[in-house]
Design a protein around this ligand. Structure first.
Ligand code: SAM
Length: 428
């Protein structure tokens, strides 16, 4: 009972949906905090937590997931670069404003700063506000010293240009550091950053995955309020599926997960119809795909094997149901036609954005290409759309373990085990 009350309190303060990281993980962290403050009873800890903002901050510092790295997903930064060049060309010379929330340990806002400097903006041309709820990550962000783990892409040439080597670490140059201002704020508070905007561009990536739909709507409304006319919003890979209508419209840049602001909008919490407007190939919308829901595959959670009955892989997609399309993709992957399989995954995702199975397949194909971080994002998206997606949870557990994140691995595994123990239809 007290534990439920603690989870409820955490959710009401910072928005964390307990489902997103699992009750077991939260319990472990709460126990750690109880030991730290020398409290033995959960009920007593709850009362203490309610009355102590310091303890709430310590709990938040432990419970938040700070995972981030420089130039995470390259495409958003390319789109940012082109967008800003355009703004400078057609703008009125006003100072541009950027917001990174949540900024975690700083890699994202510093990446934005490097892009802006690379395209020739002087430090007086822009300001970057970087916000997070955790004081622990902000301390690290302000120091600006990073280990190898923060540089995960293939091209890290920016490191030679903007960092100074310090033994095994890299310190961000002062030139970049002084362009970012860090602030401790909770995105759920009323009047969040109101006076500081309006922002031309907002990065809000890999936060909404921890929120339920109501909270996601509230956050998007907040961002809409602090954003300037025709502002650009970047979300994370796994956060684009279900959006409230009338606030932001996706821009057609695959892989950027960017949205432009719809001005004068009032929030409509009805789910926006999936965007069927155009495939990259320009082919027609498969009506059947709209209507069917995807069954979870009964494939074993093998990392690469995708065995299916042979289908006519060249059958026009417009005449297929979602399930048939999924099988076709599996067939392509099975034949080693991985690039085609990946393209088809993206088309299916565009046509049926709430298909967990489509994201799962994309994750498996990406693994075959050896691009782990993107595969992780795809599996997370599958789990976001279908929290009972057993195979995705298993993949996430294995991948987290490979990354040395044993806590996350254990958490995904526990969630998968719970599904099995509760008699859900999963593979063994
Ligand atoms: C996974 S990181 C995302 C960092 C970066 N945007 C990226 O995509 O790489 C999530 C961050 O969200 C922060 N966070 C969680 N709840 C928040 C809230 N209510 N307000 C502001 N930040 C929050 C956490 O402290 C954590 O640093």
């Amino acid at each position: 009972m007290s534990f439920d009350a603690i989870q409820h309190l955490i959710k009401s303060v910072m928005g964390l949906d307990p489902e997103s990281i699992g009750a077991e993980t939260i319990k472990r962290i709460v126990h750690r905090r109880m030991v730290a403050v020398d409290i033995k009873e959960m009920a007593e800890y709850f009362s203490f937590l309610e009355g102590s903002s310091d303890e709430m901050q310590s709990l938040i510092n432990e419970i938040t997931v700070p995972e981030t790295w420089f130039f995470r997903d390259h495409e958003p930064f390319k789109v940012l670069s082109n967008h800003v060049k355009n703004l400078k060309l057609h703008g009125n010379g006003q100072r541009l404003k950027f917001l990174s929330v949540p900024c975690s340990t700083g890699e994202e806002p510093y990446s934005i700063a490097m892009v802006l400097r690379d395209i020739g903006l002087s430090i007086n041309d822009f300001k970057i506000d970087a916000v997070d709820i955790s004081t622990k990550v902000l301390d690290k962000a302000r120091k600006g010293v990073y280990g190898e783990n923060s540089f995960r892409g293939k091209d890290v040439s920016f490191r030679d240009k903007y960092f100074d080597r310090q033994d095994k670490s890299y310190a961000i140059s002062d030139e970049i550091k002084k362009t970012v201002r860090f602030h401790k704020h909770n995105i759920l508070t009323d009047n969040f950053m109101l006076g500081a905007g309006p922002y031309n561009v907002i990065f809000c990536r890999n936060l909404l995955i921890y929120f339920d739909y109501e909270t996601k709507c509230k956050v998007l409304e907040t961002l809409h309020n602090v954003m300037g006319k025709q502002g650009l919003l970047f979300l994370g890979h796994a956060e684009t599926g279900r959006m409230p209508a009338g606030m932001f419209e996706p821009i057609r840049k695959p892989g950027s997960f960017a949205y432009c602001k719809v001005d004068g909008a009032s929030v409509d919490k009805r789910v926006r119809e999936p965007v069927f407007a155009s495939y990259q190939t320009g082919s027609a919308v498969p009506q059947a795909a709209k209507k069917t829901t995807t069954k979870q595959s009964s494939q074993p959670a093998n990392l690469v094997a995708l065995k299916v009955e042979r289908k006519n892989l060249d059958q026009p997609r417009a005449s297929m149901t979602t399930d048939e399309w999924v099988e076709t993709i599996q067939g392509l992957a099975d034949q080693g036609r991985l690039k085609e399989a990946l393209r088809e995954c993206d088309k299916l995702i565009e046509a049926v954005p709430d298909s967990a199975q489509a994201y799962y397949l994309k994750g498996v194909v990406l693994l075959a290409f050896d691009v782990g971080p993107e595969a992780v994002d795809a599996f997370k998206k599958a789990v976001y759309l279908d929290p009972k997606h057993y195979q995705s949870l298993i993949h996430l557990s294995v991948l987290a373990e490979e990354q040395g994140d044993l806590r996350a691995s254990e958490n995904f595994r526990a969630r998968a085990d719970r599904l099995r123990n509760n008699g859900h239809d999963v593979d063994h």
